[in-house]
Design a protein around this ligand. Structure first.
Ligand SMILES: Nc1nc2c(ncn2[C@@H]2O[C@H](COP(=O)(O)OP(=O)(O)OP(=O)(O)O)[C@@H](O)[C@H]2O)c(=O)[nH]1
Ligand SMILES: Nc1nc2c(ncn2[C@@H]2O[C@H](COP(=O)(O)OP(=O)(O)OP(=O)(O)O)[C@@H](O)[C@H]2O)c(=O)[nH]1
Length: 434
């Protein structure tokens, strides 16, 4: 489980430029298989061997041209509550603005590490201008130019140094299931239905789930830990259905889980916010089960389920090999099935396939349908191995790994899925030099 670093600041100071610089290299690797980049405001980065999650809060402010101060204040307050460290970005081109001062006022009281970062310091003159940011009362600042990366090394040294050590949580061997989804999707109702006691307060007001992480359950003959979307000390001020908020709380739970039970409200569908959480889980290489909740509210005939499923899968491309279960937390319909499926996905995710078996199955397929020649060179895949990682990763050893492009990797992934059950599990395919 890694630390969460939030970038806050008013629009146009260069938050996304900075964000992209930090996650670029890594994302390129992570997304090599799926070939897609999704949520551009959440990513992982590492520095000096320390990994952290980076969130560009600006990306979650709507209509960022004329952002309302109140909106930014809310983002900052949430960042203060949820992040482990905060990067407060300002812009030397514009100098200190009123909005900067407001944000600084909020941040001065914070006990978590706060880094004041003056961006767009591209030349010596600007370097001198930057001193005016001392007036924000946040002490020392870091001068950077996100556009070319200058100054970021020094900042990152200090940042990772200040991040709290996350001791790896004691892993009993039990599967960890996280129940995630938008506010009001029915997460608490689902958990209540599951455990059959009112440990959780369920109300109509969004965001009322109480704190709880890793609670052990033994239900339906399975033992598992439920990871709830914890860290929620919701302030009464922040009542709105903020996407940033649900992303924040999802990040924690997802990183802490093996399998994510993504609960969505059938009457609202697989909308943008649900998709962001979905890709969050996929990018973290977690197992996923989609629970279409409140199915009792949907008028249906014999094809409804199939049609609904098809509509969701269109949004999940190319990662469509994911179970979708239609449930009602209210009537308890199929809630057992939901847990049973999560257990299956957990097993799929921890599955190890013997090298001999992999090669017996895949080499003949590759023989029949080899990677396309590239620059008149032929790629020869010699053998395949599953790597000893917690989630499925496969190395294909060959003479010219750099010549194998994404479409062919996707083909290999599909063949893996066809022959070995990886339902609900993101898998990684790497080409390696033999
Ligand atoms: N000169 C200079 N310009 C920069 C630098 N970093 C970013 N910019 C420019 O500043 C502008 C705003 O950058 P963004 O990264 O979009 O800013 P943002 O804070 O993410 O803005 P929102 O998405 O509106 O919140 C762009 O035109 C960038 O090219 C820098 O180091 N130097
Ligand atoms: N009809 C129907 N209503 C449901 C179902 N599941 C939940 N609800 C209702 O939906 C509302 C929200 O449910 P919660 O369980 O509080 O949702 P949540 O996802 O935990 O919400 P947050 O705490 O905001 O994250 C409540 O009024 C529930 O009674 C269902 O299966 N059918």
């Amino acid at each position: 489980m890694s630390n969460i670093v939030a970038i806050v600041g008013r629009p146009n100071v260069g938050k996304s430029t900075f964000f992209n610089r930090l996650i670029q290299r890594r994302e390129a690797i992570v997304d090599a298989v799926s070939g897609v980049t999704r949520d551009r405001h959440y990513g992982k980065s590492d520095w000096n061997g320390k990994e952290f999650s980076l969130i560009d809060t600006g990306g979650y402010v709507l209509g960022s041209d004329d952002v309302f101060e109140a909106e930014i204040d809310k983002q900052v307050e949430l960042a203060i509550d949820e992040a482990d460290a905060i990067i407060f970005m300002v812009d030397v081109e514009n100098g200190v603005t009123g909005m900067d001062e407001d944000v600084a006022n909020l941040l001065r009281k914070v006990s978590k590490p706060v880094f004041l970062v003056v961006n767009k310091v591209d030349n010596a003159k600007r370097s001198e201008d930057a001193v005016e940011f001392y007036s924000l009362g946040l002490g020392e600042y870091y001068s950077v130019a996100s556009i070319n990366g200058s100054g970021t090394g020094e900042l990152l040294d200090a940042l990772v140094e200040a991040l709290p050590e996350k001791e790896e949580v004691v892993e009993d061997e039990l599967p960890r299931f996280a129940v995630v989804g938008r506010p009001n999707a029915g997460k608490s109702s689902f958990i209540n239905a599951l455990i059959g006691e009112d440990r959780y307060i369920v109300t109509d007001i969004a965001g009322t789930t109480r704190d709880s992480i890793d609670t052990k359950y033994n239900r339906f003959g399975f033992e598992f830990n439920l990871v709830d979307t914890a860290g929620i000390r919701r302030k009464s001020k922040v009542k709105e259905d903020l996407e940033f908020y649900s992303v924040m709380r999802s990040v924690r739970a997802i990183e802490h889980a093996d399998v994510c039970l993504l609960v969505l409200d059938a009457t609202r569908g697989f909308d943008g916010q649900v998709q962001n959480i979905f890709w969050l889980a996929e990018r973290n290489r977690k197992g996923i089960v989609i629970l279409v909740n409140k199915w009792d509210l949907v008028e249906k005939d014999h094809k409804s389920m199939k049609e609904y499923e098809k509509a969701i899968k269109q949004q999940m491309e190319p990662f469509v090999d994911v179970p979708i279960i239609f449930i009602s937390a209210l009537t308890k319909q199929r809630i057992f099935k939901a847990i049973e499926t999560a257990v299956e996905v957990y097993k799929n995710r921890s599955k190890k396939i013997k090298t001999s078996k992999l090669n017996d199955v895949l080499l003949p397929i590759i023989e029949n349908y080899p990677p396309p020649a590239y620059k008149a060179k032929f790629v020869k895949i010699k053998y395949i191995m599953q790597l000893p990682t917690p989630q499925p990763q496969f190395a294909f050893f060959c003479n010219l790994p750099q010549y194998v492009k994404d479409p062919y990797k996707r083909f290999l992934e599909n063949k893996l899925r066809e022959h070995f059950d990886f339902n609900g599990v993101p898998i990684s395919v790497y080409m390696r030099k033999k």
